[in-house]
Design a protein around this ligand. Structure first.
Ligand code: TEU
Ligand code: CA
Length: 569
C-alpha cells in the first residue's frame, strides 16, 4: 500500500475538534491488578468452531473433529488462544447437536472419542486450549434418561424432567412459550401429562430441583475434566432452573401493537440458579490447572451480568456479554453500552465480549462491509477476553438459503419472516474451489457454500497483504505482544461525534485506539494525551510513522491504534 501523508490544513481547512479524556468516566483496571490470578482466560482470544461447518475430513459433507485437528496450524498462525467447539455428542440433530443423547460419547458423524483425544493433545501441543459446549438445560428426547422418564409416571427417572398435569380443559399447565415459538409444553399420550421444553419439543428440559440430576451432571463434567479439557461453555445456562410455582409469564403488546410477546422472567436467572452454578464451579476447581466456565447467560443488562460472576466471583468466570449484538453500530451508543458494562463489573471480573456466533447474523451482514475492520479493532482492543466466530476473520457474510435447502428448524417455523440460522452457519471457505476446501467438490455439503468463496477464502487472503485475514492476523499478534492490550487498564475519551476512542495503559506502554464509525473525515486534537504518536495499525492506510496529535485526520470508517509518546496526561 502506498504511504498516504495527510495534510490536515489542505484537507477541508477545518479546525481540529479538541478531544479530552472523559473526566467523569472511570478508569477500568485490568483484572490482574485487582486480583492475584493471572489465569490464561483473563486475556485470551477465544474462537468459536461451529463443528459441522469448519472442516470435513472424511468426505461426508459434515465438519468433524479430525477436520479441526487438520486446521490447527491455521488457527495457531492466526493467533487465537482457545477454541470453543460446539456440541459433538451423539444426537438426533434436531437442533444440530444442542439436543444431546449421550453426554460422554462422540456422534459418529463427528468422529470417535479417540479423535477427540487426539485433537485435545494436538491442540495442547500448539498451546491452544479446548473449551467444550455443555448443554445442561435440556437433553434430546432420545437421551436414555428421557426414555426412562417418559416410560411411566412411576419410573425412578420420572422426576428428572418437568412433568405437569393438563388444566381441566386439557390445555397446557401455563402460558409459557418456547424460544422457537408455540407452547413450551408437549403432551405425552402414554403417561397423559405435559413435559416442559423451552426450546424444541425434542429438547425436554431437565429438572434441576432433583439432586439426582445434579449428581449425574457432576459425573459428566468429571468425565471431560479427567480428559484434560480446559473448560466448558455452558449453553443457555440462565434458564436452568424454573420458578417453583410455574406462574404464567407476563405478556406485553409489541411495538406494532400486534403479537403478544412474553418476558421469560420466570425461567431466566432465578435465585435458585446461583447455588447450582457454584456447584459446577466447585467441580471444576476440584481439578488442577486453570479451567474456565464460559456462560451463555442471555444477559442484556449490565447489573444482571454481574450476578452471573457470583457474589464472591465463585460462579461463571466469563458470562458472555452479547449486548453489542443488540446495540446500533454508532459511536455514542456503543460507548454508552461499554461504559455501563465496565461500570457494572464486580471487582476482579473479566469481561467476555461476543459480537457474533452461530445463532445470529454475521458481522458484515449486520453492520455492513465497510465497518468490518473496525469491529475487529474494537473487539480485539477492548479490555477483556473476546471471542471470534469462525469465518469472521475472512469477512464471511450470511448467505440466503432457499427454503428447500433449509435445515435449521428455527428457519422453517415462519420461513417468510425468519430465515433461521443456516445463513450464518455455511461452511468455512478455505479456498476458491467449488466447495471451498470444506468438503470435496464431489460431495454435497450439509449447507451450501457461499458463492463469494472465490475471493472470500483463506488461501487467497493469506497471500494478500491487504486482506481481511492479514488484518486480523496482524491485530491478533499485536494484541499478543502488547501487555497494554491484553491486560492494561482502559479509559474512554469523551464523546466525539462518530469517533469512539480510548486509551489502554500498562506501565509505560500507552495505546490510543480511535474508531471512526462514520463516513466523514473528522480531524481531532488529541494533544492532551501526548504530543506525538506512532501509528501501529490503521484499517485503511499506511500512516506516516510519527503523527502529531494536535491534528489527527481520520478517514471514513478508519480505525487506528496509536502508540502514545511522551507528554500529555
Ligand atoms: O441458545 C440459547 C438461546 O438463548 C437461544 O434463544 C438463541 O438466542 C436462539 O437460538 C437464537 O435463535 C443456545 C444455542 O446457542 C442455540 O444454538 C441452541 O439452539 C439453544 O441454546 C438450545 O440448545
Ligand atoms: Ca465429516
Amino acid at each position: 500500500m502506498p504511504s498516504l501523508a495527510i495534510d490536515c490544513k489542505t484537507e477541508m481547512g477545518r479546525e481540529p475538534m479538541l478531544v479530552h479524556l472523559d473526566a467523569d468516566a472511570q478508569v477500568f483496571e485490568a483484572p490482574t491488578d485487582a486480583h492475584p490470578s493471572t489465569a490464561w482466560w483473563r486475556s485470551a482470544v477465544f474462537y468459536e468452531v461451529y463443528i459441522r461447518s469448519f472442516q470435513d475430513s472424511n468426505g461426508d459433507g459434515i465438519g468433524d473433529l479430525r477436520g479441526i485437528e487438520q486446521r490447527l496450524p491455521y488457527l495457531q498462525q492466526l493467533g487465537v488462544d482457545a477454541l470453543w467447539i460446539t456440541p459433538f455428542y451423539p444426537s438426533p440433530m434436531a437442533d444440530f447437536g444442542y439436543d444431546v443423547a449421550d453426554y460422554t460419547a462422540v456422534d459418529p458423524s463427528f468422529g470417535t472419542m479417540a479423535d477427540f483425544d487426539r485433537l485435545l493433545q494436538a491442540a495442547h501441543d500448539r498451546d491452544i486450549r479446548i473449551v467444550i459446549d455443555m448443554v445442561l438445560n435440556h437433553t434430546s428426547d432420545a437421551h436414555p434418561w428421557f426414555a426412562e422418564s417418559r416410560s411411566s409416571r412411576t419410573n425412578p427417572k420420572r422426576d428428572w424432567y418437568i412433568w405437569r398435569d393438563a388444566q381441566p380443559d386439557g390445555s397446557p399447565p401455563n402460558n409459557w412459550t418456547t424460544f422457537f415459538g408455540g407452547s413450551a409444553w408437549a403432551w405425552d399420550e402414554t403417561t397423559q401429562q405435559y413435559y416442559l421444553h423451552l426450546f424444541l419439543d425434542r429438547q425436554p428440559d431437565l429438572n434441576w430441583r432433583n439432586p439426582e440430576v445434579i449428581a449425574a451432571v457432576d459425573d459428566v463434567l468429571r468425565f471431560w475434566l479427567d480428559k484434560g479439557i480446559d473448560g466448558f461453555r455452558l449453553d443457555a445456562i440462565n434458564f436452568l432452573i424454573k420458578h417453583a410455582d410455574f406462574p404464567d409469564m407476563p405478556v406485553v403488546t409489541n411495538a406494532t401493537g400486534g403479537d403478544l410477546v412474553q418476558y421469560h422472567v420466570h425461567v431466566n436467572n432465578q435465585p435458585e440458579l446461583h447455588p447450582l452454578l457454584q456447584n459446577v464451579r466447585r467441580v471444576l476447581e476440584s481439578y488442577p490447572g486453570e479451567r474456565v466456565l464460559i456462560g451463555e447467560t442471555g444477559t442484556l443488562k449490565a447489573p444482571e451480568l454481574a450476578e452471573f460472576y457470583g457474589a464472591d466471583l465463585d460462579e461463571i468466570h466469563l458470562p458472555m456479554i452479547v449486548l453489542p449484538l443488540h446495540t446500533p453500530w454508532q459511536a455514542a451508543a456503543m460507548r454508552q453500552c461499554l461504559l455501563e458494562f465496565y461500570a457494572g463489573l464486580p471487582p476482579g471480573a473479566t469481561p467476555h465480549f461476543v459480537f457474533s456466533n452461530h445463532d445470529d447474523k454475521r458481522l458484515i451482514t449486520r453492520y455492513g462491509y465497510e465497518q468490518h475492520r473496525s469491529i475487529a479493532v474494537l473487539l480485539l482492543t477492548l479490555l477483556g477476553s473476546p471471542i471470534l466466530y469462525y469465518g469472521d476473520e475472512i469477512a464471511m457474510c450470511d448467505m440466503f438459503i432457499p427454503l428447500e435447502k433449509r435445515v435449521d428448524t428455527a428457519g422453517l417455523i415462519d420461513p417468510d419472516t425468519y430465515p433461521g440460522r443456516d445463513p450464518n452457519r455455511t461452511p468455512m471457505q478455505w479456498d476458491a474451489s467449488q466447495h471451498a476446501g470444506f468438503t470435496p467438490d464431489t460431495v454435497e455439503p450439509w449447507l451450501p457454500v457461499n458463492e463469494n468463496r472465490s475471493t472470500i477464502n483463506v488461501a487467497v487472503q493469506a497471500a494478500a497483504p491487504d486482506s481481511t485475514l492479514t488484518f486480523y492476523t496482524t491485530l491478533l499478534h499485536l494484541r499478543r505482544d502488547s501487555r497494554a492490550l491484553r491486560v492494561g487498564s482502559i479509559r474512554f475519551l469523551e464523546e466525539t461525534g462518530d469517533v469512539l476512542a480510548y486509551v489502554r495503559t500498562f506501565g509505560d506502554e500507552r495505546l490510543l485506539i480511535a474508531i471512526n464509525f462514520g463516513s466523514g473525515s473528522p480531524i481531532l486534537d488529541l494533544s492532551e494525551l501526548a504530543d506525538q504518536a506512532h501509528c501501529v495499525l490503521s484499517s485503511t492506510l499506511q500512516r506516516p510513522d510519527a503523527v502529531a496529535l494536535a491534528a489527527v485526520a481520520l478517514n471514513a470508517y478508519e480505525s487506528v491504534v496509536f502508540k502514545l509518546g511522551a507528554g500529555g496526561t
